[in-house]
Design a protein around this ligand. Structure first.
Ligand SMILES: Cc1cc2nc3c(=O)[nH]c(=O)nc-3n(C[C@H](O)[C@H](O)[C@H](O)COP(=O)(O)O)c2cc1C
Length: 167
């Protein structure tokens, strides 16, 4: 297998939308490289200066991770193939910004879940942006499936199926 394709063996997490606000405008980008780093909860995304969103992430040190529904697929790809530098993506993709509680970056009303985050570190060498979650919201139907996943995880943890590193 080509080394350049090795990441496809690892990358099976959800494709998410990340919103930012640069002080003047809202923006959205698509991110597939995400990572849960702790139960606390701390997450990470991989992005960098080549994206318009990065300047807002670096300046305001906050964002919202929004979990799209499957039927938003075309919008998700569209959002990830144009730039907020010359496009109002909320208008273009007919999405509704909703004011969050702790960050100025908007939640996306049409998404299944929204996570307000503060940037707590940027690891420049690897283009990793480390995020601390300050609030999370989930739609009632999605909550049921998330609860199911949580129960399955708790069960495997309690039976010792997975090491928690002492946590
Ligand atoms: C399916 C998909 C996944 C993507 N994943 C990432 C990612 O993990 N990291 C990243 O920096 N860009 C990723 N992109 C590219 C950005 O979303 C894209 O460069 C976008 O235009 C950035 O928007 P902005 O310039 O308005 O910030 C992805 C695009 C698509 C379509």
């Amino acid at each position: 297998m080509k080394l350049s394709k090795a990441f496809t063996l690892m990358e099976s997490g959800p494709v998410v939308l990340v919103t930012t606000h640069d002080g003047q405008k809202d923006n959205i980008m698509t991110i597939s490289w995400t990572m849960v780093m702790d139960f606390t909860p701390v997450f990470a995304i991989t992005t960098g200066e080549w994206n318009h969103s990065f300047a807002a992430l670096r300046k305001n040190r906050e964002c919202v991770i929004a979990i799209p529904t499957v039927d938003m697929l075309d919008k998700v790809v569209g959002i990830g193939t144009c730039s907020g530098a010359d496009t109002d993506k909320f208008a273009k993709f007919k999405l509704t910004p909703v004011q969050g509680k702790f960050v100025t970056s908007p939640l996306i009303k049409e998404c299944l879940a929204n996570i307000e985050c503060k940037v707590i570190d940027i690891v420049k060498k690897h283009n990793i942006v480390v995020l601390e979650v300050v609030a999370a919201y989930i739609e009632p139907l999605a909550r049921r499936s998330a609860r199911f996943t949580l129960l399955a995880t708790e069960r495997s943890l309690s039976t010792g199926a997975r090491s928690t590193g002492g946590r």
